[in-house]
Design a protein around this ligand. Structure first.
Ligand SMILES: [Zn+2]
Length: 300
């Protein structure tokens, strides 16, 4: 009997020691796993003033998560399900998942000038790379009503100083050639962009490709305009392509350092549908160095 007890004790000791070895092995792998987690800061892009509950696949104990525009969270990892990337996020003590349509990744490194502006032409903003969500150029000026479309005359429309003067020169030059061109919209802050974005998702679903995520819009730059003409009354539609105004723009915009951002046959490169009304001021240096490339870009 004593022998049996001794054997049981020995066996238990053996089991315990194996478990300790196993545990230390696990701990090591958990440690390295933690170490391997690249912690990326992302921001929710939900519209301001609309806190959302229980977004994503909630995995915490407390069932209340309130997210609002611009909240910053830590992403532990990401995984792909179908065509949607889900980010595993944590905020305070909560852990939860968010689909990529609701997430904006902050850019890694941005060069600002002494006024906190990004040099015109150096900004990288497209479907894949965002501007910092709280970025706002300090040289925005209000565009005079004379340059605005009828539907926008009662709104305050802003552009960065240099971009404003170039767009005004462009509109004045067109006027001299008997062509009417007017600005419909220009600078948009990311809060307003999130409202437009959410609206587009509601209407067209997650995979809509017409409205940019907040932070990903060229309108955030303060150097970009949507243009129209009194030749059409349909607002921002592809009909603009068939106006005399558009033909004039095609022939002249590059002299002002202005380019069409989302051309007809470049949707696979830009990720956006054709927008004959959307123009960005890049700075005249760009025109000098890439003259032929950009000329073909607009002409296609
Ligand atoms: Zn636009």
């Amino acid at each position: 009997m004593k022998k049996q007890i001794l054997l049981i004790v020995l066996f238990t000791c053996l089991l315990l020691s194996l478990q300790v070895i196993g545990k230390s092995g696990n701990q090591k792998s958990i440690k390295s796993l933690l170490y391997a987690e690249t912690l990326t800061v992302v921001r929710f892009i939900l519209p301001e003033g609309h806190p959302y509950k229980n977004i994503g696949l909630f995995s915490g104990i407390n069932n209340k998560i309130l997210l609002k525009f611009g909240d910053s969270v830590t992403v532990k990892d990401e995984s792909l399900h179908g065509s949607i990337t889900w980010y595993h996020c944590s905020l305070d003590n909560f852990s939860f998942y968010l689909p990529d349509v609701f997430v904006v990744k902050e850019p890694e490194s941005i060069r600002y000038d002494e006024n906190g502006n990004i040099q015109i032409g150096e900004e990288v903003v497209n479907m894949w790379t965002a501007l910092p969500i709280h970025y706002k150029p300090d040289d925005l000026i209000r565009v005079g009503a004379k340059y605005l479309a009828e539907s926008s005359k009662n709104r305050a429309i802003f552009l960065r100083e240099k971009a404003a003067s170039q767009f005004m020169l462009l509109i004045d030059a067109a006027e001299k050639d008997g062509i009417n061109i007017r600005i419909v919209s220009a600078y948009r802050d990311p809060g307003y962009q999130s409202y437009l974005y959410e609206d587009a998702i509601k209407r067209k679903g997650f995979f809509q490709s017409t409205v940019a995520k907040p932070g990903h819009s060229e309108h955030h730059l303060g150097t970009t305009c949507d243009l129209t003409s009194d030749e059409i009354s349909t607002g921002l539609t592809s009909d603009f392509e068939y106006t005399r105004a558009f033909q004039w723009l095609k022939d002249n915009i590059h002299y002002y350092g202005i380019y069409l951002s989302y051309p007809k046959y470049k949707t696979d490169i830009t990720g956006y549908e054709y927008e004959p009304w959307h123009f960005r001021y890049w700075g005249n240096d760009r025109w000098e160095s890439d003259r032929w490339f950009y000329r073909s870009f607009i002409r296609r």
